[in-house]
Design a protein around this ligand. Structure first.
Ligand SMILES: O=C(O)CCC(=O)C(=O)O
Length: 256
């Protein structure tokens, strides 16, 4: 698979300022359209081969595909994605996990508002950042992301259900009245969002599946708390230790 974009990807100071203010930012062409098309085929084949941990009207979700699929590992470890994530976060990062998220064609359900970090067994991670990479064109009608800007400082909120329409607003009723920003993406574009930025994804009303790959980074200094999570449960990690080891490589190892 060809990597056409330059290895030393650079995010402009203006985009970095937007990310730090809003908690999310749109980065066009993080990979080329040709790469997106090749990774779309790889994602569909990996999902069919590896199976999914969730498969419902919201999405088909396959986690940590980079461990099992060499084609998708190239996207998870893409130097542009890692470089942009570290520049936006402004701290050293490590990979937490990746996931392919496919919203089925026609009448899928929305992914309801939530923050990501409350699901994770982490402490000492104040700069978690996810790269949501569109592998097909994702207009609003195909299941694109919607964000609530300037709410990433809300670190006190508990986890909420991805399926419950009111779930997030039950715990953060004031944010019900905040402006929301919906970001359609062309294939190869990416949004980065902070792990505390509230977000949702619209339903897919089109006749083509929405294929996205999400690469999630956390602070390199993140501590494993011992709480249950599908990624860490099988690993026998020690609660209170730095999240480390071959499952959680440093982002800087991808940027070379
Ligand atoms: O793509 C979706 O349906 C939801 C994605 C999401 O919530 C995330 O990447 O954190």
């Amino acid at each position: 698979m060809t990597q056409t974009a330059p290895a030393a990807f650079s995010v402009s100071p203006a985009l970095k300022a937007v990310y730090q203010r809003d908690g999310f930012v749109h980065v066009p062409s993080i990979i080329s359209r040709e790469e997106a098309s090749e990774f779309r085929a790889a994602a569909l084949s990996a999902t069919a081969r590896l199976g999914a941990i969730s498969d419902n009207a919201m999405f088909r979700q396959s986690v940590n595909v980079w461990r099992e699929d060499s084609a998708m590992a190239k996207l998870t470890q893409h130097p542009n994605v890692a470089a942009a994530a570290e520049q936006l976060a402004g701290v050293a990062l490590r990979l937490w996990h990746d996931q392919i998220l496919i919203k089925p064609a026609l009448s899928s359900k929305p992914t309801e508002f939530h923050q990501d970090q409350p699901y994770w067994p982490h402490s000492a991670s104040t700069h978690p950042i996810s790269a949501w990479i569109a592998l097909v064109d994702v207009p609003v009608e195909r299941g694109c992301m919607t964000f609530i800007p300037e709410a990433q400082g809300r670190t006190e909120l508990p986890p909420t259900s991805l399926a419950a329409q009111q779930g997030f607003f039950d715990v953060a009723p004031d944010l019900m009245w905040s402006a929301r920003v919906t970001v359609p993406l062309r294939a190869g574009d990416c949004t980065f969002h902070h792990g505390r930025c509230p977000h949702m994804a619209t339903p897919n009303f089109t006749d083509e599946a929405r294929v996205a790959h999400v690469v999630i980074f956390v602070d390199a200094a993140t501590i494993y708390t011992g709480s249950k999570h599908v990624v860490t449960d099988p690993l026998g990690l020690e609660a209170g230790a730095v999240l480390d080891g071959e499952m959680f490589p440093r982002a800087s190892s991808f940027t070379r």
